[in-house]
Design a protein around this ligand. Structure first.
Ligand code: CP3
Length: 369
């Protein structure tokens, strides 16, 4: 089988052993077609946080120590990215990395503490902290990420999704110093000093742009901007304080690589869906709090959707999981432009066998004509 890869080159892959030469462009694969709102032979599926956490083979490989050290080892990061693709047969791979990698790489002083998440030694507090957010030089600062991407593109039969943290979600970690329920310090900076806030978001947008474009240049086929905590904002505040920076990320990535679709994701963003689309995304991530048919009605036909099974639903007995999966599929009812996913990341207690079942069910789905 011949595969045309993200960098435009072709490569023969005999793993299928069919001896048949099939022309195959990444743009023709179900995931990329669905991102573009085009019909495809099946509903594509992948899972946020599919790489890591719930997989025993991940835990065995990962060992102890900082996750940032594991990410910095391309051989290990490549293998971890491939594990869920092999196990589940998902339609896309997501790079094993983290949203804090660029800020860590420029020396802002951030680590990932197991069970906690990102922790910042000296949080962002004042104008002079801007100097600590210098531009990212991906080849020099994160060569290991690019090596991992190149390794993966040579191995994978499905598209690789690049990603970055969106300016608001990154600002929250940097200002709060770690995960926060209320985002109180972040919002007080945003409301109290809009000029410094805008300058901070500009720097974070620059980091996201540099990181995503470098991953795409190394061969990734699509990207996801994670604004996980944007749902903490009222729509008018999102529009005024966050949308301009996120819009610039989508615009500049599209200027760089128009062929790479972009997904815009957040949690609790039921009131923000239209604004997430306005940022320039091809695909809007929908969490489980909004029915997919409602989300589609609000977004209109020009935008694809990704989601939206409750990550906790897969912990239920198999018949209940099957019913829930069917409900998500039926709400989309076979319309083009749906990528099946969870409404947020895989929970650590998830049984991988159940996710494999979900993939099988999604792939077997045929809408009633
Ligand atoms: O599918 C994947 O796993 C791809 C890689 C990936 C990770 N983090 C690996 C990871 C991606 C895309 C992320 C993005 C990320 N990181 C987000 C956005 C997505 C989301 O969930 O909203 C956020 C908010 C972070 C910050 C972060 N990193 C958190 C909140 C945590 C969890 C802390 C914990 O241990 O519960 C992390 C750590 C992390 N990132 C793990 C993995 C596999 C688990 C830690 C480990 O295995 O050591």
């Amino acid at each position: 089988m011949w595969l045309r890869l993200g960098d435009g080159t072709s490569r023969r892959d005999d793993r299928y052993g069919l001896g048949v030469v099939v022309g195959c462009d990444v743009a023709d694969l179900p995931f990329v077609r669905a991102c573009r709102g085009l019909p495809s032979e099946r509903v594509p599926v992948w899972f946020m946080r599919q790489a890591g956490r719930s997989l025993p083979e991940y835990r065995a490989l990962r060992g102890e120590g900082s996750m940032l050290d594991t990410i910095a080892r391309p051989d290990v990061a490549t293998e971890i990215t491939l594990q869920p693709v092999r196990r589940y047969g998902v339609d896309a791979a997501i790079l094993y990395s983290d949203i804090v990698v660029p800020t860590h790489a420029i020396g802002f002083g951030v680590d990932i503490v197991p069970g906690v998440g990102p922790v910042v030694e000296h949080p962002f507090r004042e104008a002079r902290d801007l100097a600590r957010l210098r531009p990212l030089d991906p080849e020099a600062d994160t060569p290991y990420v690019l090596e991992t991407v190149r390794n993966l593109v040579a191995e994978l039969q499905v598209p690789l999704i690049a990603f970055a943290g969106a300016p608001f979600t990154m600002a929250s970690y940097l200002v709060e110093g770690g995960p926060s329920r209320t985002h109180a310090l972040t919002k007080s900076l945003m409301y109290g000093d809009p000029v410094l806030w805008a300058a901070l978001l500009e720097r974070l947008a620059d980091l996201a742009i540099a990181s995503i474009t470098s991953q795409l240049d190394a061969g990734a086929s699509a990207f996801q901007l994670f604004d996980s905590w944007a749902g903490a904002l009222a729509p008018h505040d999102y529009e005024r304080f966050v949308l301009p920076a996120s819009r610039r990320v989508f615009a500049e990535v599209a200027d760089h690589r128009a062929d790479a679709p972009g997904i815009h994701f957040g949690v609790g963003t039921g009131e923000l869906l239209e604004l997430l689309a306005q940022a320039g995304a091809d695909v809007v991530g929908v969490d489980w709090r909004v029915h997919l048919d409602d989300a589609r009605a609000r977004l209109g036909p020009g935008v694809a959707v990704q989601g939206n099974l409750d990550p906790a639903a897969v912990l239920a007995p198999p018949p209940v999981v099957a019913e829930r999966v069917a409900d998500v599929l039926d709400r989309n009812a076979g319309r083009p432009g749906h990528i099946f996913n969870l409404g947020h990341g895989v929970l650590p207690e998830t049984d991988p066998e159940v996710l494999a079942q979900v993939v099988e069910q999604v792939h077997g789905y045929r809408p009633i004509p």
